[in-house]
Write a protein that binds this ligand. Structure first.
Ligand SMILES: *Cc1c(COP(=O)(O)O)cnc(C)c1O
Length: 336
């Protein structure tokens, strides 16, 4: 079975497991885990921020950002299909109790669209307190948010007193594909989250980075949400290993995604534009078949992928998928 459902499916390699087994650990709730501290310092540096906090999931990182930047009833501007709106089980409404307003179409938006979406300061309007972008954008097919626009959005928002949060679950992919450092990508943001559990291949773990005072608040909320972990250095060692060994190789995933898209474009039942593929995600459409029907057929043929709408399907390349697997997947899909 060739599994292209998600880059979260990667399993830790033998060398990563060894790094985890050797990790120097302590009780992180007492602030005594040296490996967690090392990772947090490194992540802050890598993301162009003052401080960072290790968290169990990217969902918690995003939720901490909402809790720390906003108050109940505030308005948060997000791109269409953002993770914090449709894949976090309604957490934004349940915990931070904010309202999310969609800006632009397709996940990306401009500074002008952002400015136009800021609610007026009349008492009957919700107060817009945060702008959140996703880079790369998952549902948009792993699209990289154009950096010049990120910078325009950040400075336009700052002028209005609104912080910018970047959901950088796959910021590593954006960096490798764009040639910009994660530091360059993260610096315009007030806060940024990033995942180690996706293309980097760690079993779990994400990070939230931002100003020191913000991270101090996030630390309290992390405990409140049950995210204070003990000898967490075992997980942080996997993340550190991934930063050393699994970042540059994301270029292979990007090449494989492009190769997959080129093959899918030749399939008579599918609509796929390889020029839209920028990183490790391929989103394509079925012409006549329901996406669920097609993915069921594909699974029976030996290729797993996720339907993401009645006509759209997502395929993701990752550490456990080789170029030969992609070629084999295309051969198998040709029969579907
Ligand atoms: C995966 C993902 C997250 C976080 O997901 P968890 O499963 O909670 O770690 C956040 N944002 C985006 C864009 C993602 O793809």
């Amino acid at each position: 079975m060739i599994d292209l459902r998600s880059d979260t499916l990667t399993r830790p390699t033998a060398a990563m497991r060894e790094a985890m087994a050797r990790a120097d650990v302590g009780d992180d709730v007492y602030g005594e885990d040296p490996t967690a501290q090392r990772l947090q310092e490194r992540a802050a540096e890598l993301l162009g921020q003052e401080a960072a906090l290790f968290v169990p999931t990217g969902t918690m990182a995003n939720q901490l950002a909402l809790l720390c930047h906003c108050e109940r009833g505030n308005d948060v501007l997000v791109g269409e299909g953002n993770h914090c709106m449709i894949y976090e089980s309604g957490a934004a409404a349940a915990w931070a109790q904010v309202q999310l307003s969609v800006v632009g179409r397709g996940g990306l938006f401009t500074a002008d669209e952002m400015l136009a979406a800021i609610k007026p300061s009349e008492y009957h309007s919700p107060q817009t307190r945060l702008c959140a972008i996703e880079n790369t954008h998952n549902r948009a097919g792993g699209r990289i948010f154009p950096q010049a626009e990120v910078e325009r959005i950040a400075s336009a928002a700052r002028e209005r007193g609104i912080p910018l949060h970047i959901d950088g679950a796959r910021i590593w992919n954006a960096s490798i594909a764009s040639g910009l450092s994660t530091r360059q990508l993260g610096t315009p943001a007030t806060s940024i989250s990033a995942c180690f559990s996706k293309g980097l291949g760690a079993p779990a773990g994400s990070v939230l980075a931002g100003p020191k005072s913000f991270i101090a608040r996030a630390h309290r909320y992390r405990k409140m949400l049950g995210g204070g972990m003990r000898q967490v250095g075992i997980l942080c060692a996997a993340a550190l290993y991934a930063l050393d060994h699994h970042v540059a190789r994301l270029a292979d995933d990007h090449e494989n995604a492009k190769r997959l898209a080129q093959g899918l474009a030749a399939h008579p039942e599918l609509l796929c534009d390889p020029s839209q593929v920028e990183t490790n995600i391929v989103v394509f459409e079925t012409r006549t078949t329901d996406a669920r029907v097609f993915t069921t057929r594909a699974t029976n043929a030996g290729v797993r992928m996720n339907p993401i709408s009645p006509t759209r399907i997502r395929a993701v390349t990752h550490l456990d998928v080789t170029r030969a697997d992609i070629d084999q997947a295309l051969t198998l899909l040709a029969t579907c």
